[in-house]
Design a protein around this ligand. Sequence first.
Ligand code: FES
Ligand code: FES
Length: 204
Amino acid sequence: MSESDSRATWAASASLAGGISTEVERGRDELAALLAITLNVNGRLWHLEVDTRTSLLDALREHLRLTGTKKGCDHGQCGACTVLVNGRRINSCLALAVMHEDDEIVTIEGLGEPGDLHPVQAAFVECDGFQCGYCTPGQICSAVGMLTEVAAGWPSHVTADVSSRQITLSGEEIRERMSGNICRCAAYPNIVAAIRVIAQGAPE
Ligand code: FES
Ligand code: FES
């Protein structure tokens, strides 16, 4: 190939690359359309504009600055991002913020605060149910949701009599029902003890 042919080929490639990159930029801008939504979080209405792909977790942390809810895996595998939606526990990293406009969302900040702790928060303190504390907001929100499920008679994988509405919250039941919440510090025995304090009024 002559030198002038090489130059022409290079110029054509550069022009093509520039065109593709402009198209990509345009596509990105179109996808990033913002949507105005209102979320009911901890009993208060919050108005925000979000990219429609924003997870509920990112909306809470990055838009509302409610950083008590933690991001661990961002893939639904660790439970650090657990919040309560209409009383049910969910992984907020797996939910889009725009899906929850009509829902009541409660985060760790909404459960209680220093001087006015939720009983489960107080039990975690009493039983030393944490070490670094990173998983703790998710553990506590999950425990609150789980206790509601037990009160409603929902069986778990280890419930012996699934026809009974009366579920005894044994250590095995607690471990199974809390198995979606990972603790890297392995504070599990004390987490179980804290939940038993609430369920039965006494540590295991
Ligand atoms: S951050 Fe949501 S499950 Fe890990
Ligand atoms: S207390 Fe450290 S990850 Fe659970």
